[in-house]
Structure formats: C-alpha cells, structure tokens
Design a protein around this ligand. Structure first.
Ligand code: SF4
Length: 328
C-alpha cells in the first residue's frame, strides 16, 4: 500500500481518492454502518483472499495483461472506455502495429490516427490520445509519468485512467474504480445498488482505497473488474455460486429477489400469461398507423387527438403517448 494510502490522505487533486475520515462516525447513517463494517478486519481479509483466489482460477488472458508498458496500458484503457473487450481486442493489436510507441503516435498525422480509431466511437478519444503522446514526448522524454497526480494533469486522463495506468503499468497500490468495481463494492459492503445507490462515488473511492491489499494492487483491481463482469453482473449476479455470498451485504436481498422473479416467470409460463400479444396491440403497430395518418396530411393541416384516435384505429389509446393536437 502506498504511503498516501497508509496515511489516508488525498492522492491527487481530482475528486477521487479521499481520506478515511469519510467513514467517521456521526457523518451520516450509511457512513456509520460502513465504518463498523470496515473495522471488521476478518471480513475484509476474507473478501480479499477469496476474490484473489477466484481471480487466480478464472483470470482472463488479455494482451494488455501481458505487459507493463505504460503506452500499451494507456491505449488499452482509452479503447476500453465505452467499448467492449471483444471489439477492442483486434483494434488494440492493429493499433500497436501501426503506432508501436508513444513517439510513433506523437509523430503520426492526426488523419492516420483518426482512421486507425474509426469504428471504436468517440473519436475525440483518439485526438486526446495523440495530444497526450505529443505532450509526454515534449515534457517527459517520451515516458508516461507514474504518479496519479501527474497522469491526472494530462489532457483527457481522468481519475479512473490515471489510477489504471499507475496500477497496471507501474504496479502502484491505488484503487481503480470502474462501473463493475463500484457495483461489487457497493453490494458487498452496503447492499444492493438499486433502486438507489446508498454510497456516493466519493465514498466508493474511499472504500476502494481502503480495500486494496498491500503489494497486490495489480491483481486486486484486475480481480474486481473480472469478477464484476463475470459473476457479480448488473442484471444476473450469480450469488449462489459466489465465493463472497456469506460475507456480502446484498446477497440475501438479491437471492430472494431472483427467486421471486423466477417464481413469477414460472407462474406466467404455467398460466400462459406471457404468451405473445397480437401485433395489433403493440406500440410498433400504433407507430406505423400514426405515420400513415401523418403522411396523408399536407403542410398546415392539423388534427385533433380525438380524431387521431379514431383514424388510427387505436383501441387502447391510454398506452400511447399523444399530445392533445398534432400539427405539421
Ligand atoms: S453474493 Fe451476489 S451480490 Fe454479493 S458479491 Fe457475490 S454475486 Fe455479487
């Protein structure tokens, strides 16, 4: 664990990692509950050990896990923002063939960079990547800095990416909090994150920092990410198979909710309640009818909603959103 973490101080100027004072009793009811849970060192050690053991058995073999090259980690992290792993894999390898180093990326024409990025979406990410490359070549001799604060100061590098590079390239024991990690930590320590999350991002960052096992930040963060995408998923968490189920706050609620869902589904299958509705009662049908009527109007025509309902042959107008009058 880094000195910053040991002393519990803020690690950079961003809105990310905060001190453990976040858990001080009397702050807020949820913080109190969390504070009590975080003093349960046996439980924390169990969560850490079981998750790391799960990761050792189930880790994904991804090309960016076979390197500590900060440039390669940067590329993978930028590509993985908003894009799924299977889509990133071929693009990542092709990118590194075309721009094998930060210096090669910095020197390339921006048009080539954008062309190489096309299909990954959010082209501004490619532009920012090249800005980072040029800045690092000019100011850092072509080597990405290792501290969260310096990384955070680069264009387009936010809290998450700065910590991901510090951890996955330089093996710093810093927390890395993506959507999957947030969900897992929330469920284990505070309960289900839906319909309303009890922990703010600020508290989740503090919790994530508290949980990083000393000297094992790299595996720990990768483990949390894989675990969140494979087992503790947003829609179908596999609580009954989960190695954390007996120390997870959300498990009892989620297990009974999933059982209830299954019971309702079985009942619907038995009674035929979920048989497909006729096409003429679907919103697609009503949409088609609406377009047919609107298409027959000429510029300046207007029709009242009541007429529209009759014209459209809508038997259940209550399920269709209609303004009181339509005009084109
Ligand atoms: S018991 Fe369920 S909710 Fe808790 S960590 Fe495991 S999969 Fe996630």
């Amino acid at each position: 664990m880094s000195n910053e973490q040991k002393t519990g101080t803020t690690t950079d100027s961003g809105a990310g990692t905060r001190s453990r004072e976040d858990f001080a009793p009397g702050d807020a009811p949820v913080a109190d509950i969390l504070a009590i849970r975080l003093t349960d060192t046996t439980r924390i050690a169990a969560v850490q050990a079981r998750l790391l053991a799960w990761y050792a058995a189930h880790r994904r073999d991804l090309p960016w896990r076979q390197t500590r090259d900060p440039y390669r980690i940067l590329i993978s992290e930028m590509m993985l923002q908003q894009t799924q792993v299977p889509r990133v894999l071929p693009r990542y390898l092709a990118w590194l063939e075309q721009f094998p180093t930060l210096a090669a990326l910095a020197a390339a024409p921006t048009a080539d960079v954008l062309r190489a990025w096309s299909g990954l979406g959010y082209n501004s990410r490619a532009v920012r990547l090249q800005q980072v490359a040029r800045l690092v070549v000019a100011d850092y001799g072509g080597q990405l800095p290792a501290t969260v604060a310096e990384l955070r100061a680069l264009p387009g590098i936010g809290d998450y990416t700065a910590r991901a590079i510090a951890c996955f390239a330089y093996e710093r024991d810093v927390p890395v909090l993506d959507t999957n990690v947030k969900r897992v930590l929330h469920r284990v320590f505070a309960g289900p994150e839906v319909p309303r999350a009890d922990l703010t991002d600020r508290r989740l960052w503090a919790l994530a920092e508290h949980m990083v096992p000393a000297g094992q930040g790299y595996d720990w963060n990768q483990a949390l990410m894989d675990f969140g995408s494979a087992l503790c998923t947003a829609r179908k968490p596999a609580c009954l198979l989960c190695p954390l189920h007996d120390c997870c706050t959300a498990a009892p609620t989620i297990i009974s909710a999933l059982a209830e869902q299954q019971r309702v589904r079985r009942h619907a299958t038995r009674t035929g309640a979920n048989r497909a509705a006729p096409f003429t009662s679907t919103t697609r049908y009503y949409r088609g009818q609406t377009l047919r009527v609107l298409g027959a109007l000429t510029s300046g025509d207007s029709i009242a909603a009541a007429v529209t309902v009759t014209e459209l042959d809508i038997m259940q107008p209550s399920i269709v959103f209609m303004p009181s009058a339509l005009a084109i």
